[in-house]
Write a protein that binds this ligand. Structure first.
Ligand code: IPM
Ligand code: MG
Length: 364
């Protein structure tokens, strides 16, 4: 295929399967990407590297040098999930999560995009009453990913009550500006409605966040920008999710609100994400975790990872038609009534990870 003078150059995709259900869901997404490559005449070169607990087992480091170097040299990265109870007692520098955070930071992926949209076929799987979601919802959570309390100073010390622990939330103007630009631009290309979520009634870092977002809003006059306190936002997401278009927030608030919002779509097993910085390079991963309790049982929902692969095609490889083809194939299996256990309603029969993957591949 690569012999043809008009063929596009091969694209290098690093696979980081990780822990728990990571290997099964990444392999599901690769089956879908292989089908796309065949159908559209692309050449994707996959290479696999360890991360997280698996990497600690192999070499004692949750983000080995070779893994980081391979990601840097590739066009994009597809990741499964990291973590699990087997690694909970490791020292912090060996925790699987430390590897993932170091990867995001080292690659400069400060913007995490998490689309939260209700597939109408799954309305019954949502915990919300039908009347509340009759109009559907389509939210893009823009989560700051390389700053805030995840990366602030932390430690243990003696305080007035004896031993204490601390973590620090701090944001620079520059960090807030660059993530805000991502959110404003996204809003501009969507419904022009931006809600910036903070805790400015208590936190100084949130007050700088609010000031900075407000200042930038004049550069995007067509976007309506409002602030919302995070406690209120947690409530509003459940009360009326359709009021949100783009939701911009910090690393920690985005982590929490995206899990909350995901359940409104029926299952966290449906939500994809893209982590991006400058340029087209990106890291794509489902927002859910490694679900060690169901690993290896062929019951995990592969759709979040498959939709992450669609985001990979769109953002890193500029293959919009191919991304839409995957999204349409997912809709069509949902139309056929196929469901993994997490999105099956009542006692309707559920299919496994591999059967769901094959159905999506067949729909392509
Ligand atoms: C996520 C995850 C990670 C995070 C964990 C695994 C470190 O929960 O991507 O949402 O908190 O960012
Ligand atoms: Mg999370």
């Amino acid at each position: 295929m690569s012999e043809s003078p008009t063929a596009a150059p091969a694209k290098e995709v690093v696979l980081l399967k990780g822990d728990g259900i990571g290997p099964e869901i990444v392999s599901a997404a690769v089956q879908v990407l292989d089908r796309i490559a065949k159908r559209y005449g692309h050449d994707f070169i996959f290479s696999e590297y360890p991360i997280g607990g698996r990497a600690v087992e192999i070499c004692g480091n949750p983000l080995p040098q070779e893994t980081l170097a391979a990601c840097r040299a590739a066009d994009c990265v597809l990741l499964g999930a990291v973590g699990g109870p087997a690694y909970d007692d490791l020292p912090v520098h060996q925790r699987p999560e430390t590897g993932l955070l170091a990867l995001r930071s080292a690659l400069g992926l400060y913007a995490n995009l998490r689309p939260v949209r209700l597939f109408p076929q799954l309305a019954q799987a949502s915990p919300l009453h039908m009347e509340r979601i009759a109009a559907g919802f389509d939210i893009l959570i823009v989560r700051e990913l390389t700053g805030g309390i995840y990366f602030g100073e932390r430690g243990r010390r003696q305080g007035s009550f004896g031993e204490e622990a601390f973590d620090t939330e701090s944001y620079s103007k520059t960090e807030i500006e660059r993530i805000s630009h991502v959110a404003f631009r996204a809003a501009q290309s969507r419904n022009k409605n931006l809600i910036s979520v903070d805790k400015a009634n208590v936190l100084e870092s949130s007050r700088l966040w609010r000031e900075t977002v407000h200042r930038l809003s004049s550069e995007y006059p067509e976007v309506t920008c409002v602030n919302m306190l995070v406690d209120n936002a947690a409530m509003q997401l459940i009360r009326d999710p359709a009021q949100f278009d783009v939701l911009l927030t910090s690393n920690l608030f985005g982590d929490i609100l995206s899990d909350e919002a995901s359940q409104l779509t029926g299952s966290i097993g449906m939500l994809a994400s893209a982590s991006v910085g400058e340029g087209s390079f990106g890291l794509y991963e489902p927002i859910h975790g490694s679900a060690p309790d169901i690993a290896g049982k062929d019951i995990a929902n592969p759709i979040a990872t498959i939709l992450s692969a669609a985001m990979l095609l769109r953002h890193s490889l500029q293959l919009e038609d191919e991304a839409i083809a995957i999204e349409t194939a997912v809709e069509s299996v949902l139309d056929q009534g196929l469901r993994t256990a997490d999105i099956a309603v009542h006692d309707s029969a559920a299919i496994g990870t591999q059967a769901m993957t094959e159905a999506i591949v067949a729909a392509l």
